[in-house]
Design a protein around this ligand. Structure first.
Ligand SMILES: [Zn+2]
Length: 132
């Protein structure tokens, strides 16, 4: 990319925060990885704005808000646990092939729980479990 293009890109980024950029890039990469082209994503976004999927998206967002608010308490000290993705594939440094780790944020508490489920799956299971 030319310096001129980089400068323009950075200038257009000004109204957005760095975390918004991270989110946008993560979503873009995620959907490209799943096989949705940029053209398809733009078309779908237009459909959403046109109202075809608006209700579904609203429900999804409400669900995500709920999902974010769900906490899993530490079984030892009841502090809300944090979950981390383990990006290391199964191998020397991840012998069992775990995909996520629940950790207690309390420095005095030794609780940790490894899982073969992804962070997303763990959070989704937590939500489903509490709904029933
Ligand atoms: Zn704890």
């Amino acid at each position: 990319m030319t310096q001129e293009k980089i400068d323009k890109w950075l200038l257009d980024l000004e109204p957005f925060s760095l975390s918004e950029l991270h989110t946008a890039m993560a979503l873009l990469k995620h959907y490209l990885f799943l096989g949705y082209s940029l053209v398809e994503q733009e078309a779908f976004y237009s459909e959403i704005l046109a109202g075809d999927h608006r209700k579904k998206i609203k429900e999804l967002v409400a669900r995500q808000r709920l999902y974010r608010s769900k906490e899993k308490p530490c079984p030892l000290c009841e502090a809300p646990l944090s979950i981390y993705s383990i990006n290391e594939p199964k191998g020397k440094s991840n012998v069992k092939g775990y995909a996520s780790l629940w950790l207690c944020p309390n420095a005095d508490c030794p609780f940790e729980e490894f899982s073969f489920n992804s962070k997303y799956e763990e959070k989704r299971m937590l939500l489903t479990k509490e709904e029933t």
